[in-house]
Design a protein around this ligand. Structure first.
Ligand SMILES: *Cc1c(COP(=O)(O)O)cnc(C)c1O
Length: 394
């Protein structure tokens, strides 16, 4: 008999009912250290006082009115994001894959309105992930996402990761945009080197096409900058944001330059829930905290401590781990043991991590983790690796 919840997920047997900072508690009273943060969502940990306050204040005032009317908190959040980023304008949605939908629509409409109606193709990269909507799976193209769901939305191609020549050759007069994650998340914490991001920007400028960055996972302070592309000193034309921006409340956004967004007038796109007062109240609180130089400097400090700890684990458990990848607090432990075994051994040690492709275990902790909690996280991962290696302590 089919379960009452559609069985699309493989769930671990824990039910979390309470959280504070990086800690989560199960319904049977066990405490776990959360190094996955709900897949890079709980950027400020669980039950952050400023976020709880923002949400409850808004809940007392008004929950939902729709985009038929002005939404003051949505305006505030848009202004904050325009202020803090390359963007001139923002559309709010509820998830990363909805952000992908609009990014694709915006790029196509941009060229359509310029009379270049054949310029509809989007170039993506192998190993990428852009969500589970029809555009998202067509963009990423991997068989495990698309199998059985055809006919796929046309107009997408996937190129090998890091092959600049193949990319240059693939751009034709039907190409509208390149879509890329500055750091692939699901793909196994694979950063695009700064030089390559610069190269992509130059190539898009030279060919007159748009650069769409998917910062759904790597954005909102995760790398120690508000957005990951800032490290490369480049700016996209369109950027997808979700996950961390809501700090745990469903919220996504598409940020764009005035130029790239120029074809999106009234009636061209919409969302009933998008930019809802509750979501935007929390989003404002998140951005107020994260878009601060001191906060971001502390992310980099925490990241240094975490990375050092992880390098120590790799050295101590060469049979379990192969190396560390990533940037800031978007880190990956490349494993020799099956990554799902490492994650499961973490459950026994009461520490949460997230598997990714390429046999990687993702470490995506809250951005405001204390150094004591980081040390505790490393100790628990050490315990997990020791158990996995047969109990022989390294
Ligand atoms: C998670 C993710 C998405 C999809 O976000 P949803 O909110 O699950 O729809 C898209 N792109 C990237 C890079 C992601 O990590």
């Amino acid at each position: 008999m089919i379960p009452s919840i559609l069985p699309t997920y493989n769930r671990a047997p824990m039910n979390f009912v309470k959280g504070a900072g990086p800690w989560l508690e199960t319904d049977d009273g066990r405490r776990f250290l959360d190094l996955g943060a709900g897949i890079a969502v709980n950027a400020l940990g669980h039950a952050h006082p400023a976020l709880v306050q923002a949400l409850t204040d808004q809940a007392q005032a008004v929950w939902h009115t729709s985009n038929l009317y002005g939404i003051p908190k949505q305006q505030d959040l848009a202004d904050k994001l325009v202020d803090a980023t390359f963007a001139d304008t923002v559309f709010f949605c509820n998830s990363g894959t909805e952000a992908c939908e609009l990014a694709v629509k915006m790029a196509r409409k941009y060229f359509f309105d310029q009379g270049q109606t054949d310029r509809t193709d989007i170039i993506a990269f192998e190993g990428s992930f852009h969500g589970r909507s029809s555009a998202g799976i067509a963009a990423a193209g991997a068989d495990k996402l698309t199998h059985g769901f055809g006919p796929l939305l046309p107009g997408f191609a996937q190129l090998p990761f890091g092959d600049h020549d193949a990319l240059t050759a693939a751009i034709t007069d039907t190409t509208a945009a390149i879509i890329v994650e500055p750091i692939q998340g699901e793909g196994g914490i694979r950063p695009v080197p700064d030089q390559c991001l610069k190269g992509l920007r130059d190539l898009c400028d030279e060919k007159g096409i748009l650069l769409i960055l998917d910062e759904v996972q790597c954005g909102v302070g995760r790398t120690g900058k508000l957005f990951a592309h800032e490290w490369a000193g480049i700016e996209p034309d369109i950027m997808m944001v979700a996950k961390g921006i809501g700090g745990g409340f469903p919220l996504g956004a598409v940020l764009a330059t005035e130029h790239a967004a120029s074809a999106m007038g009234p009636g061209t796109h919409g969302s009933t829930y998008g930019g809802n007062p509750l979501a935007c109240a929390v989003g404002c609180a998140v951005v107020d905290i994260v878009a601060d130089d001191m906060f971001l400097a502390n992310v980099s400090l925490a990241a240094g401590a975490f990375r050092q700890g992880l390098e120590g684990l790799v050295a101590a458990h060469p049979d379990v781990f192969d190396g560390v990848t990533g940037s800031g607090l978007m880190l990956g432990l490349k494993c020799k043991a099956p990554n799902t075994d490492v994650v499961a051994a973490g459950y026994d040690a009461q520490v949460l991590t997230v598997p990714a492709a390429n046999n990687v275990v993702r470490i995506l902790p809250p951005l405001n983790m204390s150094h004591d909690d980081i040390a505790e996280g490393i100790a628990r991962l050490d315990q997990a690796a020791t158990a996995l290696a047969g109990g022989a302590s390294a």
